[in-house]
Design a protein around this ligand. Structure first.
Ligand code: M6R
Length: 611
């Protein structure tokens, strides 16, 4: 959370930084701020969005070709002007922006106050810049050395950029636990929390590793670890294209990303299957085939939507590969002293690849000797780098805070993983694999078809925009889809929604049902449709309103549902890839009708790099 952009070179730094901050706004939008060097050091900051900062900076001195900017997701200190980054040192000469949490800030602050430092914010970040100033003067060392020594004092996570009024030709950058990318241009360098602010200027980037710092000048880049040992940076070439991170005519990134799913699902399987031959090739799996084959269980760790993808995988892996699967919230797993052995396989799922809890769960499992298989979307992010093996989802950048195309891409990869494992274990015949892969290949076209219900769903949404509560029900493979539908609605429309296994409803939630309660039921063709129909009847008997997701050609559910949305027929295990689509659209339209900002819902951030 929090987005960072830095620039040093020959362009107007303000323009590069503001544009970059807008691209990173998905990471946090509580406040924004900028430091520019132009002889003197100018700092402008404002509560609210990057556009509020722009308004504030209008008419002020925004010149200079060195600068840094920040868009904040508040942790320490409420979102106001005072707590907005950048923060200054006591003497006003140094300025810092920070993503992460300095856990021991209170102790350091107390000590610094005793030494006469006066603080102007409630943030943990301000403490770090005062500490750097204190060390620089006390030890009479360079800024770079003062930063390095300070980082030995702090506990926690950080990605930081520091600017000094006295050293107008350099930026000091460091990271531990929060991402940082450095773009290398001709006589210029770019710094950012992810590559999106960099892509239009250069494709060559260096990913800073944990406990590394960089001394960035116009024409030079020196990377050291915080033990002062110079590192050899590996230059990566970005595959991302600029149009991937623009709205391309859609009103919102979320809608664009929903509509991208035929392509993103296709991209996630591209080059990995040959349906007619029954071949699945997941590069990351090859090397660990024996480990997977002998694993007595698989543990999946993830958060939020990625956790829901993990639940779908539990059903699919157990069904086809007959290996027991446990799906864990990474945040719980990491703190509950779980039993992990060297025979365990941990699958870590994350769109951003930066989620702090998931990373910590990986580190814990690794320390106990488990094998980590990461499934991530952001190439080069921390989770793939912390994993032994893995597979990228290749869904393309997901900017909307509500995860949509990342979920369906994750489910696609996990499905391939399940079937591949089933082949390795001999629990799936070649003929059946050919059938399943053929069905999977047809999914992008079927998602396209599911998207044609958009207008119908928009009309349905109009009837429920003022509903205070929603219930989502599904069984089997569709239970996680119900959870995901409920999460999507609550995070972007702020309507309270619960997802439940349909049969569990009678153990409590049924008390909520009355003539005002909309109940979304995923009642698609499959082995337990009859049971789901009974659950629908239980809702109807209590006058609840049924919005049913059904398989094309259904006649049974239609008789009892108030609203019906059809999706194409497919293999039962693949239904989540289709049933999710109308639920994403329903949430989107309801949120828009309620005047909500679907791309930047309140209190949320796209990548949760704090625990
Ligand atoms: O980047 P990750 O997949 O690790 O993120 C996990 C969750 O924070 C994320 O899925 C969150 O729940 C989304 N806002 C859901 O739409």
């Amino acid at each position: 959370m929090c987005g960072i952009v830095g620039y040093i070179g020959h362009r107007n730094a303000y323009d590069v930084i503001i544009k970059g901050l807008k691209r990173l706004e998905y990471r946090g939008y509580d406040s924004a701020g900028i430091t520019l060097l132009n002889g003197s050091m100018n700092i402008y900051k404002k509560a609210g969005k990057v556009s509020d900062l722009e308004n504030f900076a209008e008419g002020k001195d925004i010149n200079g070709s060195v600068g840094m900017g920040h868009t904040r997701w508040a942790t320490h200190g409420e979102p106001n002007d005072r707590n907005a980054h950048p923060h200054k040192s006591n003497n006003g000469k140094l300025s810092i922006i920070h993503n992460g949490i300095i856990e021991n800030y209170a102790t350091i602050k107390t000590e610094l106050i005793k030494r006469g430092h006066v603080f102007h914010s409630d943030t943990d970040t301000e403490v770090l810049i005062h500490l750097i100033e204190e060390i620089q003067h006390k030890a009479n060392v360079s800024l770079e050395e003062a930063v390095r020594l300070s980082l030995h004092e702090v506990v926690g996570a950080y990605a930081i950029v520091i600017i000094s009024e006295d050293q107008q030709d350099e930026l000091i950058v460091a990271r531990k636990g929060s991402p940082m990318v450095i773009g290398i241009g001709e006589g210029e360098h770019f710094i950012a929390s992810d590559a999106t602010p960099i892509i239009e200027y250069t494709k060559n980037v260096v990913y800073l590793n944990d406990s590394e710092m960089a001394i960035v000048k116009k024409d030079s880049l020196v990377i050291k670890n915080i033990e002062n040992v110079v590192q050899n940076p590996v230059i990566h070439e970005l595959e991302m294209q600029l149009e991937m991170i623009e709205k391309n005519g859609y009103d919102h990134f979320m809608m664009k990303e929903i509509y991208e799913q035929p392509k993103s699902i296709y991209d996630s399987m591209r080059g990995r299957i040959r349906a007619t031959e029954g071949l699945i090739s997941l590069g990351g799996l090859k090397e660990y085939e024996t480990k997977f084959k002998n694993a007595e269980r698989i543990i999946i760790v993830a958060c939020g939507t990625s956790w829901h993808a993990g639940l779908v995988a539990e059903y699919i892996i157990e069904e086809f590969a007959r290996v027991p699967v446990e799906v864990e919230y990474a945040s719980e797993f990491r703190y509950r002293n779980p039993i992990i052995t060297e025979n365990d396989i941990i699958i870590a799922i994350s769109q951003s690849g930066e989620t702090a809890d998931t990373l910590a769960a990986i580190e814990l499992a690794k320390s106990k000797g488990a094998t980590i298989f990461g499934i991530c979307n952001v190439v080069g992010s921390s989770i793939p780098r912390a994993s032994h093996a893995g597979a990228y989802t290749h869904a393309g950048p997901e900017i909307g805070v509500a995860s949509t195309k990342a979920f369906t891409a994750q489910v696609t990869i996990l499905t391939l993983l399940a079937w591949s494992l089933a082949q390795i274990k001999g629990t799936l015949s070649r003929t059946r694999v050919v059938e399943l892969l053929t069905a999977l290949e047809a999914i992008p076209a079927k998602v396209e078809k599911a998207l044609t219900s958009n207008e119908q769903i928009q009309k349905i949404a109009a009837n429920f925009k003022d509903a205070p509560n929603f219930l989502y029900l599904g069984r089997g493979f569709n239970f996680p889809v119900a959870l995901e539908g409920a999460l999507k609605l609550k995070e972007i429309s702020y309507i309270h929604a619960e997802g439940y296994p349909a049969a569990e409803m009678k153990h409590g939630p049924i008390a909520l049902i009355d003539e005002n309660m909309p109940v979304v039921v995923i009642a698609t063709k499959g082995s337990i449709l009859e049971k789901t129909i009974s659950n629908i009847q239980e809702v109807k008997a209590r006058k609840g309103i049924i919005i049913a997701i059904v398989t094309e050609g259904d006649t049974e559910v239609k008789k009892m549902a108030d609203y019906v949305i059809e999706i194409p027929d497919t293999e039962e295990a693949l239904v989540p890839l289709l049933a999710t689509i109308p639920l994403q659209l329903l949430s989107y339209h309801i949120a828009i009708m309620r005047g909500c900002n679907v791309d930047q819902p309140r209190n949320l951030a796209k990548s949760v790099t704090v625990e």
